[in-house]
Ligand binder design. Structure first.
Ligand code: ADP
Ligand code: MG
Length: 338
């Protein structure tokens, strides 16, 4: 249904999206998860035909976005990061305007009535958009995306800037729409994606570093004996100390915690249980080990850590999604060529 192959996008000298390939089937609800600047909006703008691509191809329902933009675009409803609302229009007036713009074929009034009900804004249909709360405005944004009954909805950070109650309402709306739409939504918040998506594509520095169910990603991270140690210490000193513990393969700092301690992700050699040795090393340095846990619950931390990694092989290592050696080598060669 949505097929993206070898997609790259260059802005001047910045390669913002690098060789991205994925396929999304009809009815899937997929999350694009990635830190700010990862390339989520760029990919979404290309999928919706708002931005041209540098390399690769995108097809929607078999229609190539470059060759048949009209056919492809008609199948997509898009809610950009900043919804294109006209503040001086009333809600219904604005939706009528979008209806005309999209050259929709169904009878106008019943179509708009239906959408007003679906997103629960029929009670404000005669209010000026500028007088609505942010949550209501976002629902008007959803409404404009739904005009023309597109199969695919592309939602760019749909809950940004909303309060917790509004976030829950929008989440429920997305779940409802997910029953009969294919949805891609982006977020830089993991829990946001976990709440509504069965599949998550993690994007970092313009590349896909993981593509799986949230559960399987958590499992991958906890399948080995990797542990997270929370220690009252200075960061660099403890990194150096932990890296020389017997059986430890790699140590990554997950950053400072609220109580001033640091969390360290400790990756042991194959099969090694390093907990005892880590405890002893921390004690020998006169520091306090606050906790030592398996990293089941740390997908969030690992994800946050992505913002700091300098290259995506480290990101893939953190996520347990390393590529086979030959493939990585092949890619390096191609990068050199490009
Ligand atoms: P995200 O939505 O994940 O935060 P974006 O797609 O907005 O990421 O941005 C990806 C990268 O491309 C960033 O480094 C950003 O600075 C750059 N970028 C985005 N839009 C433009 C633009 N119009 N011109 C130049 N660089 C851009
Ligand atoms: Mg964005």
């Amino acid at each position: 249904m949505i097929e993206v192959t070898g997609l790259s996008k260059r802005y001047g000298t910045t390669l913002a999206v690098k060789d991205v390939t994925f396929r999304i089937e009809k009815g899937e609800v997929v999350g694009f998860l990635g830190p700010n600047g990862a390339g989520k909006s760029t990919i979404m703008n290309i999928l919706t035909g708002y931005l041209s691509l540098t390399r690769g191809s995108v097809t929607i329902d078999g229609f190539d976005i470059a060759e048949y933009p009209e056919d492809a675009k008609r199948r997509i409803g898009y809610l950009p990061e900043i919804p294109p609302l006209y503040m001086d229009m009333k809600v219904r007036e604005y939706l009528n305007f979008i209806y005309d713009l999209k050259k929709v074929k169904f009878p106008k009034k019943p179509h708009i009535d239906e959408i007003l009900k679906l997103v629960k804004i029929d009670n404000v249909q005669n209010r000026l958009i500028k007088n609505l709360s942010k949550g209501y405005r976002q629902r008007v944004g959803f409404a404009q995306a739904l005009i023309g009954n597109p199969d695919v909805l592309i939602l760019d950070e749909p809950t940004v800037g909303l309060d917790p109650k509004q976030i829950i309402e929008i989440r429920n709306l997305i779940s409802r729409l997910g029953k009969n739409h294919t949805i891609i939504l982006s977020s830089h918040i993991l829990s946001e994606i976990q709440a509504v998506c069965k599949r998550v594509i993690i994007i970092n520095r313009g590349e896909i570093v993981a593509d799986d169910t949230p559960e399987r990603l958590s499992e991958k991270l906890s399948g080995d004996r990797t542990v997270v140690a929370r220690i009252m210490c200075s960061e660099q000193e403890m990194l150096d100390a932990l890296r020389t513990v017997k059986g430890v393969k790699a140590v990554t700092s997950l950053g400072r915690m609220e109580d001033g301690s640091f969390d360290f992700l400790i990756d042991p050699e194959e099969g090694a249980d390093v907990r005892g040795a880590v405890f002893e090393r921390v004690a020998a340095r006169g520091k306090t080990l606050l906790s030592l846990t398996g990293n089941q619950a740390s997908l969030e931390q690992v994800f946050l850590r992505l913002t700091e990694v300098s290259d995506n092989s480290e990101a893939r290592r953190l996520l347990g999604t390393e590529k086979p050696q030959e493939e990585a080598a092949q890619e390096e060669k191609e990068d050199e060529k490009a």
